[in-house]
Design a binder for this molecule. Structure first.
Ligand code: GDP
Ligand code: MG
Length: 301
């Protein structure tokens, strides 16, 4: 048994649109999360980025739409912001380096002060855009509005200050069991992302010829001894004619799709990938219980 106690912390990143939340998340986790995030945008609002080092796991979420400029910051949004603060071990409050606060920041500041939020970490971002001499003024203004445990100066874009922030986060999350495995960098299963990728490439290539009701499933996912991964995927269509279109002349369509999916997966996983695509005709796929299960639905409704 491992004698070192495990630590795990939920950290949410709060801040106005465009302040650099996604850039920070990507920089903390690695480029791969942003690729994944684009893929799942249609199905989910935000995905978690997971960072594990030694005995500690950080689970980071960027909170979209907490304060949106030009929109009335109503009670619902405020209570939403508050809930995400209460639900996490640490909250990174991200503010752009500037010498004045906007309307939304002032509203949020008043609210947080009233609530006496105690788990706030302030990150002043985009310091690459301001002069060194203005940092003192910026700090004074930020501290007038936000009472945080700690203040960090960052360029999420260039990476300045990231290591100090990371170290602080790792040192300041509570003891607790991990929620994800050591190598996982997001809460979306890769099997699902791989299937989405295949569907996307099929759509790019076939346009209007894409068979209605086509589904893609990841059938097998195996790590090989040399560190590479073998992935077997099934593409289901209704009719034989659709299968022929999909495969293309001399298998050309499938070859091109397979090759571009494989390249993206290799970047995401940082591993060599052997990808096998099969096309099957399943005329009544939408009546099969496993299909419903794979979509997270109950067949017996
Ligand atoms: P979000 O809306 O808070 O998620 O913000 P994004 O991460 O999407 O970033 C918004 C814009 O700000 C993008 O064009 C980023 O490249 C840019 N950006 C993010 N961090 C920095 C930074 O540290 N310095 C500069 N100059 N630009 C940044
Ligand atoms: Mg964002």
């Amino acid at each position: 048994m491992n004698s070192i106690k495990k630590k795990c912390g939920f950290i949410n990143i709060l801040g106005s649109t465009n302040v650099g939340k996604s850039t920070l998340l990507n920089n903390l986790i690695g480029q791969k999360v942003s690729i994944i995030s684009r893929k799942v945008q249609t199905t989910r609002n935000s995905i978690k980025g997971i960072l594990t080092k030694n005995n500690t796991q950080l689970i980071l979420t960027d909170t979209p739409g907490i304060f949106i400029p030009n929109r009335k910051l109503d009670r619902a949004m405020i209570s939403n912001a508050w809930k995400s603060i209460e639900d996490s071990d640490l909250t990174i409050l991200m503010i752009e380096a500037k010498t004045s606060m906007d309307k939304n920041e002032i509203l949020i500041s008043n609210y947080l002060r009233k609530k006496k939020a105690s788990n706030l970490i302030c990150v002043i971002n985009k310091i690459d855009k301001v002069s060194h001499s203005s940092l003192l003024k910026i700090t004074t203004v930020v501290k007038e509005h936000f009472d945080c445990r700690e203040y960090f100066y960052l360029s999420a874009l260039k990476g300045d200050g990231i290591e100090e922030l990371k170290e602080y986060l790792f040192d300041n999350v509570p003891n607790g069991p991990w929620h994800y495995s050591k190598n996982q960098i997001t809460d979306v299963p890769y099997r699902f992302i791989a299937a989405e990728l295949v569907r996307e490439k099929l759509m790019d290539r076939l346009h209007h010829e894409l068979p209605y009701g086509l589904t893609v499933e990841t059938e097998d996912w195996n790590g090989l001894d040399d560190g590479s991964i073998r992935i077997d995927m099934l593409i289901y269509v209704h009719k034989l004619g659709q299968k022929k279109i999909l495969i293309g002349k001399n298998g050309n369509n499938l070859k091109l799709i397979g090759s571009s999916v494989r390249k993206e997966l290799q970047i995401m996983l940082n591993k060599k990938v052997h990808l096998f695509l099969y096309v099957k005709v399943r005329s009544n796929w939408d009546k099969v219980p496993e299909y419903y299960e794979s979509m997270g639905l109950d067949f017996n409704v």
